[in-house]
Design a protein around this ligand. Sequence first.
Ligand code: ZN
Length: 444
Amino acid sequence: MDSRKTESLCPVCFERVAAEVFNEGGKMYISQECPEHGSFKTLHFFEDPRLYAALSENMITDDDVFPDGQVLKVTMDCNMDCPFCAVPKSFRNGGELTVDEILDLSKDFKGSLVYLCGGEPTIREDLPEIITRLRGQGKRVAIFTNGIRFSEPGYAGELKEAGLNLVILSFLSFDRGQSLSLYGCDVLDSKLKALENLAASGMPTMLSLIVFKGVNEDQVSKAIEYGSKNSGWLRLVNFKVLWDLEGKQKEIILQNGIVDLVSESTDITLEDILGCTLFSNRTFEILRLITGKGGIRTPRCELRCYFWVRGGRLVPISRMIDLNELIKNLDFLRSKLKSSHSMILTFFLWFPYSLIVRSFISNPDFRMFCLLLLPNLINDLRHNYPLSTSTTKNIFGITVERYMDPSNVDFEFSSTCNICREVKKGKAGYCIEDMKRWHYISPR
Ligand SMILES: [Zn+2]
């Protein structure tokens, strides 16, 4: 690949402009051409050509699909004041949506998952009511939280009772000194208590961990180890690249840096991660075709790896079955499904039985995986549940995520975003609008 045409934002006026992505000296760059402000060039948000190639060329998405998740900001207020927060302080007292307004925003959204965020959603006393009524609309509900309220006895159970499906907990470090310096206050005990309470109530949870260069890199292995011991309720650890709103790219650990840290503590390679990423992309695309449910769950900007936790040992899916061959089989199955009028029949006709049977015979891990987890897995697949809210225990996922910076937006990638922030548009890539707004409002 020499170069690829796409669209980006002019870093000065933030208008959508023509752009080009190209490889120069082994790194991927994006250049923008604004009729008014001239040309710009910066590193692509996937600067590693291997990541860029895998995610731009090998991911598939049907044209007519929509994001599976909707983000609703239920309050802009917060009970913490984290130095790295991307929400400008001037937004803090921006008022709250009423419960009816929230339900009104979600009712026409076609995706299956609503993310409640803020600010800090748990400072709303009516949060259980919001959750219950969203579940009444047939949505699954997740919240982004700093976890402080979950340290209170009974709170996790109360939200679970209300119908909450997933807690996404900001958790940066198990080390008191690191935690203090990153959050700007001593919250470690509250966070640990929150984890204890989430575990006791069996609440499906995902840890969200931004990796800060020179501060908490050692927490990548700590979080993975914690996840492998708690996979009954801890479904995912999401490692995040710090969102670079101020052009400090050199001080930031990028996706490759995080993948290296993951590799050091799990022995999985970039190839395992890319294989798992493409596998989950194909699986969800096929499930969507068959069930007619759910939207985009695998954006082109996210790496993921799934493991079966077998007796405390992490077995990546890529080590249980030949993923390259499986992906080829799934591509063929998908092409058959797309031209079929009887999905179920086509599915059973072209399902890759021989690969499954061969792996079942030759791979002891895969054999036990099928025997122990198949009933739950079939239930999840039938309902097209994502891993975060699946009913199958002891599957653990690692994701590596990076938001595009204002300077390196690539609309080819953002068009497959799995979350949207405004229901009327209902289209992927809307987060760009947020970025634009923050760019103008936050001091730079
Ligand atoms: Zn411009």
